[in-house]
Design a binder for this molecule. Structure first.
Ligand SMILES: *Cc1c(COP(=O)(O)O)cnc(C)c1O
Length: 420
């Protein structure tokens, strides 16, 4: 009987093995509510640990710079074709190593240094790679930022048009990392057309919901470019993709390789092919629907308990809780308290946050991982209750301890995909 990879690891490097087992247990016993995380499929874990990690495949299927590409070409073609089918687009590049390089590849491939990009302000929900001053892209390109409307927290499309006319961007970027509402793609497209800009959406957070047909597909609204990570709501391995219309295909491909990267990670691309295959199955639609239902149930349960949510609710998989307004504590303290009851969230700056990023005024939560585990609306309600009680009594350690055991008991009844 041959030993498994893990058995070998246990025998030969127990320090690493023990950390992996520890992490498995952590994932088992806690509720994962970080909206950018998920549990990938066991099939993907097996592809990630496969011999494709051994292979160099610089170039693209049919034109590589190394020999021995019979099987890598099959894998990458499968991933590209399935991506085109899932997202109804003309071209797909599945080689970006993760979300940040995928966005860099678009900017560097389609624009010149100093060109203007119009993107969402970081503190209003945009991502670091959308031109935050600390990112290198923020030094190379001129980012202009739009914000959300103070009245209801939604994107202010009138202000967006005004900024676009004034700053004449070459690229208009929508998409977010912390914004609980859907996007009006037609409004973005109209504004971009008005100034002759390329339209790009970074769907990293919600690509799984687009794939599952429960959120609008930007390509149905004439968008040029969509980027997405593969490890968030899509449930794949860590990676990134650039999807685009044919006219941008050659520039995007050249930008990813050789412009920005060397050899693609073929073991991840095998995982992406598997993930996209799953996204084409009818069960994935059910999953995406349940992600939305769970996020709404979580939001509703918090609202009923008097908790303040940024924008007052959600249209997608995430909610943003104003912990200062709701509990008089900052997001870091809230994150730490929820950690002690085995619920994982992350601290989050909220629009026009007076607090600094490491002690922001809010936390962000999302339903994709808990949904992958089989949790439903009733469990979201229960979790919201436990979280509210714990956060209303931030120093009561005995209370936190007793909630923690309830959380862990609940978790024991939900097997984790890829672990149990
Ligand atoms: C997560 C995320 C990224 C970056 O992904 P990494 O894989 O962490 O580099 C980019 N854009 C958005 C909107 C994201 O949410």
């Amino acid at each position: 009987m041959p030993v498994t990879y893990l058995e070998l690891l246990q025998k030969n490097d127990s320090a690493v093995y023990d950390a992996i087992e520890g992490e498995k247990n952590r994932q088992r016993l806690g509720v994962e509510l970080i909206p950018s995380e998920n549990y990938t499929y066991p099939e993907v874990l097996s592809a990630l640990g496969s011999v494709f990690t051994n292979k160099y495949a610089e170039g693209y299927p049919g034109r590589r710079y190394y020999g021995g590409q019979q099987y890598t070409d099959i894998i990458e073609d499968l991933a590209r074709e399935r991506a085109k089918q899932v997202f109804r687009c003309e071209h797909a590049n599945v080689q970006p190593l993760s979300g940040s390089p995928m966005n860099q590849a678009v900017y560097l491939g389609l624009l010149e240094p100093g060109d203007t990009i119009l993107a969402m302000d970081l503190s209003h929900g945009g991502h670091l790679t959308h031109g935050a001053p600390v990112s290198h892209m923020g030094r190379i390109f001129n980012f202009e930022r739009y914000k959300t409307n103070p009245a209801d927290g939604s994107i202010d499309y009138d202000e967006l048009l005004e900024i676009a006319k004034r700053t004449q961007p070459k690229l208009v970027l929508c998409g977010y990392t912390s914004y609980p509402r859907d996007i009006d793609y037609d409004a973005f497209k109209r504004i971009a057309d008005e100034v002759g800009a390329i339209t790009m959406v970074d769907a990293s957070h919600f690509a799984g919901l687009v794939a599952g047909g429960v959120l609008e597909n930007p390509f149905d609204h004439g968008f040029d470019i969509m980027t997405t990570t593969t490890h968030k709501s899509l449930r794949g391995p860590r990676g990134g993709m650039v999807l685009c219309r044919k006219e941008f295909a050659a520039k995007i491909d050249k930008s990813v390789f050789p412009g920005l990267q060397g050899g693609p990670h073929m073991n991840s691309i095998a995982g992406i092919a598997i993930t996209l295959g799953k996204a084409l199955e009818p069960e994935f639609k059910d999953y995406a629907e349940q992600v939305l239902l769970n996020a709404k149930a979580l939001a509703q349960a918090f609202i009923e308990r008097g908790v303040t949510l940024v924008t007052g609710g959600t249209d997608n998989h995430m909610i943003v809780v104003d912990t200062e307004a709701s509990f008089g504590i900052d997001g870091r303290v809230a994150e730490e308290i929820l950690d002690t009851i085995s619920i994982t969230v992350n601290k989050q700056i909220i629009p026009d946050d007076p607090n600094p990023p490491l002690r922001p005024s809010g936390i962000r939560m999302g339903s994709p991982a808990a949904t992958a585990r089989g949790m439903k609306e009733e469990h979201m309600k229960t979790l919201a209750g436990w979280m509210t009680v714990a956060l209303q009594d931030p120093t009561n350690q005995a209370l936190h301890k007793s909630i923690r055991s309830e959380v862990e008991n609940l978790c024991r009844t939900f097997p984790v995909p890829g672990i149990d």
